[in-house]
Design a protein around this ligand. Structure first.
Ligand code: SAH
Length: 239
């Protein structure tokens, strides 16, 4: 989903900030950088601060207007350090990441950042459906531009990684059926008897404990196969 999220910088003055943002983006697995009328670009300062994220700089798209930079985006979010009087829905950085990732499933999403000295104009914020904000000291709320991009891109990356992990957990291997599990317990009991760990007829309490142990781990079919493979091998060694 991160591939559908772009960072748009409006009239950035310091090329060093552009480089630092390219680096932050690459660290956080984002790749689409759009620059609206950058003051100086390309620039050795930008390349130096990118520290190897040159590919992001090389593929940056330069535009004349914000409208052009977001023309193909369905969702546009404008980052502002100041509380604005316009009644746009405001998302703090974590909520922004959630919303942006949800929308990025089937839309292009833009996160728009303003000028170092004056931020975004109200007309530019009018192009946005959401205001996005990093909560911080209300008496000193303006972060350095690259630091602001870093915070949002970190939240995006960490939410995206969490979603990938959750998907992996929610699509586990198929669980073993009771018949498979019973087959395993039978096999286990036979093996433990064969290696003289338990005596036939006196094995109930050990087997019950082992059943409890294995049932806590919700064995999958594959895991049962592995365990039975181990049992086969250990019986083979005994003979
Ligand atoms: N002096 C400007 C702030 C410029 S900081 C002003 O008063 O608006 C440059 C850009 O970084 C801002 O336009 C905004 O896009 C982003 N930014 C800085 N601090 C931020 C914060 N606390 N929340 C969201 N975006 C922030």
């Amino acid at each position: 989903m991160l591939a559908n999220i772009r960072i748009v910088l409006v009239e950035t003055s310091h090329p060093g900030n552009i480089g630092a943002i390219a680096r932050a983006m690459k660290n956080m697995a984002l790749s689409q950088l759009y620059l609206v009328k950058p003051k100086i670009f390309p620039s050795a300062d930008a390349t130096a601060r990118a520290s190897g994220a040159d590919d992001i700089l090389a593929s940056a798209v330069i535009c004349d207007t914000l409208t052009e930079a977001v023309a193909d985006c369905e969702i546009v979010m404008g980052a502002s350090a100041r509380d604005r009087t316009i009644g746009w829905p405001t998302l703090v950085a974590k909520q922004c990441a959630e919303q942006a990732l949800k929308d990025a499933h089937n839309n292009q999403v833009a996160l728009v950042f303003g000028r170092e000295n004056s931020g975004l104009t109200n007309a530019e914020l009018d192009c946005c459906q959401y205001l996005i904000r990093i909560p911080c000291n209300k008496d000193f709320s303006s972060l350095n531009l690259a630091a602001a991009v870093q915070v949002f891109t970190y939240e995006l990356f960490s939410k995206a990684s969490q979603q990938i992990e959750e998907e992996a957990v929610s699509a586990p291997e198929p669980l073993a059926t009771s018949a498979q599990i019973e087959g395993f317990y039978q096999h286990l009991q036979e093996t433990l008897t064969a290696i003289d760990f338990i005596q036939s007829g006196q094995s109930n309490s050990v087997m019950r404990r082992l059943r409890r142990l294995y049932s806590r781990s919700r064995l999958s079919t594959r895991e049962v196969d592995i365990l039975r493979g181990i049992l086969r091998m250990s019986q083979g060694r005994k003979q």
